[in-house]
Write a protein that binds this ligand. Sequence first.
Ligand code: SF4
Ligand code: SF4
Ligand code: SF4
Length: 339
Amino acid sequence: MQQYDEALFEYYQIPRKYEFLIPSFLSDAQIDLIMLMGHEIMEHEQLVGLIHEKMSFQVSFPDRFIADSYHDTILDKVISEEGKLCYKLGEFYNRIACCARYEYDKWVLLDEKVRFELDQYILSEYLARGVDETITQCMNGGIDPKGRINEFIDLEDAKNIIDHASAYVFQFRCDCRSYVHRCDNPLDNCIHFGKPHINSPADRGHGKRLTKEEAFEVCRQANKHGLMQNFELHSGGICNCCACCCIPIRTSIIKGSNHIWPIPKAFIEIDQGKCIKCGKCVKICHFGALSKEKGQDSPVVYDKEKCRGCTLCYPNCPSEAIKLVDKREVKYQNLDEDH
Ligand code: SF4
Ligand code: SF4
Ligand code: SF4
């Protein structure tokens, strides 16, 4: 195996155990750039000079190389104290998500075991980077509105949120499902709002801009497909999630934060008189909160303890036998701000 300079691990924050992934995730030119930049923060012109004078690889179009390196999360943008746009190195953690989402041809070449391992690594980092703290706070009875709150919403909320949001609406690829594809649910259904800020996927050139109508249609179709709508105010987005891949939902299962984080939208009641016992709700619920004995006439049984209040079963019941109870209002303020 090729030996890498110790500084590469430090500069690009590559965990030692992932040394074997370096050739899959970084080109030789990108490694050269990382080694030359180190911890420096550079203005665009300085960076162009460095690429011209010091790189051992011939880069004919430095502007293009810088843009591509930013696109691929090798570089991050930073605003200097004087208000100037500068660049610094990104980090390996973000490179994993970028690769899984947008460099699929490269990603699928990784051994399946490695993809599972990276999925676990992302989950543990997700917890360590503020979510563990937020969930623990919520479980102790305090909700910091600036914390990383996740809440289940229904389609009506999704419509209201989208209507109240900034005119900048983007559709991105779901990273959680891109890591190991535990299910075959659609991938392009993360909706984000707000003018792209530096280091956001949209600013890096990923995703697709949608109209508000298109954004709501993505949510509606996802709901029909059996995906739950999950609102993240801190990141200004609506995610359309399954429970098998979704890192926030898997995190909540690990933390045992049922009924607390994600915040439930509502619980349900079943009108057995209206129920035609089709079993659709049993199949669609991700948490086994609905069950039905074999046999056409056996009733659907609801277990509120297992229910997470996602409301997914409600619009998918063909005979309107499901009613939402204890509905929580979702706050729509500040959605037009840039996140
Ligand atoms: S939170 Fe949900 S939609 Fe968003 S990336 Fe994860 S699974 Fe995909
Ligand atoms: S989806 Fe509706 S009608 Fe079908 S079993 Fe569930 S509650 Fe009954
Ligand atoms: S029973 Fe609860 S958790 Fe299951 S789909 Fe319905 S609302 Fe969601």
